[in-house]
Write a new protein. Structure first.
Length: 95
């Protein structure tokens, strides 16, 4: 985990918060002076790729699992009592 940059850790936190594609991850990253005030999808893809490479993960799901096992905080930003559509039919949420 020490080899990850702060930006790569921010990408992982965005993935754990439910942002799953490069475009939505980019919206969660703070611009840097070098980025010219905007974080592009290409930058997000690059950071995700770096994090995958440094952790030895094959995909974003493995990266998220690695992060949880490594002690990254999980911050869900969706609605508090939100049940994804169709899940209530599975009986997992008592409905």
């Amino acid at each position: 985990m020490d080899s990850l940059t702060e930006r790569e850790r921010d990408v992982i936190k965005a993935l754990l918060a439910g942002y799953t594609d490069s475009e939505s991850v980019a919206t969660q990253l703070k611009p840097t002076p070098r980025s010219g005030g905007e974080v592009t999808e290409q930058v997000a893809r690059h950071l995700i790729s770096n994090a995958l490479s440094k952790t030895g993960c094959r995909d974003k799901l493995q990266l998220a699992l690695w992060a949880v096992r490594s002690g990254f905080p999980i911050t869900w930003t969706g609605p508090v009592n939100h049940v994804p559509q169709g899940w209530e039919q599975d009986g997992l949420f008592g409905e």
